[in-house]
Design a protein. Structure first.
Length: 235
């Protein structure tokens, strides 16, 4: 699942992690991204210490056997973790899906932690690039889901997603245990405060916050990418 930041991506990982047949992995390319980009994210040194930094080793693991004897491997990826030096061939061995969120809501949430994001920090250019590559390679449109649709109709959208993946929907996907989870990355204490208080998908609530004027161009560029993917979403 290729997402951008602040896209209910952790809640969706919780959802898939509730299935008995699914192993979940939280942002396995994060340490590589931090090392390659030099980004100063919270817990940077802790992440670099805890996680494999060599993207080739990570890719080899991600395309290997599903851990713990499970039949499904849900990999939560951030699109911006695909830095320019990461080759893309290995991704063809995965089934790629895309999680998007309306840019204004994503930006106004993300700047509370990373105050000066670019479109690339928000992962939309990478999502479009990868979406086009997957569609061209397979001749099929990869599944796209929108965060607001998931919050407003979780059972319906997750059922559509499972159907698109030739999987059976499991009602266990609609709830999970409260708190941080063993499958969370070491950065969870800095990013997952809200989702740790949940046990299910909550209703969509717009906070009505506006994008700061100095990020207007970033917002406008992100809208273009978002609308391309939004047109393809499952709904």
């Amino acid at each position: 699942m290729w997402s951008g930041p602040r896209n209910i991506s952790t809640a969706l990982m919780r959802s898939w992690g509730s299935r008995g047949d699914t192993f979940v992995t939280d942002e396995p390319l994060y340490a590589h991204y931090l090392q390659a980009s030099g980004a100063r994210h919270p817990a940077r040194e802790e992440i670099l210490e805890a996680q494999e930094r060599d993207w080739r080793k990570v890719a080899s693991w991600l395309t290997g056997p599903v851990p713990e004897g499970r039949t499904i491997w849900y990999q939560k990826h951030m699109g911006h973790h695909l830095t320019d030096d990461v080759e893309r061939d290995w991704i063809a061995e995965l089934t790629s899906c895309f999680l998007i969120r309306e840019p204004r809501e994503m930006i106004t949430s993300y700047i509370k932690i990373v105050p000066e994001p670019t479109p690339w920090d928000l992962a939309l250019p990478q999502q479009v690039e990868l979406f086009d590559a997957v569609r061209d390679a397979t001749g099929a449109t990869p599944p796209v889901i929108d965060s607001r649709d998931v919050l407003e109709q979780p059972e319906r959208i997750l059922t559509l997603l499972c159907e698109a993946l030739d999987l059976e929907f499991d009602p266990a996907m609609l709830s999970w245990a409260r708190g941080l989870q063993p499958t969370d990355g070491v950065w969870a204490a800095h990013w997952y405060d809200s989702v740790a208080q949940t046990t299910t998908f909550g209703p969509h609530r717009s906070k009505g916050e506006e994008v700061p004027d100095h990020l207007a161009e970033v917002h406008a560029e992100c809208i273009g990418y978002y609308e391309r993917l939004y047109e393809q979403r499952l709904h």
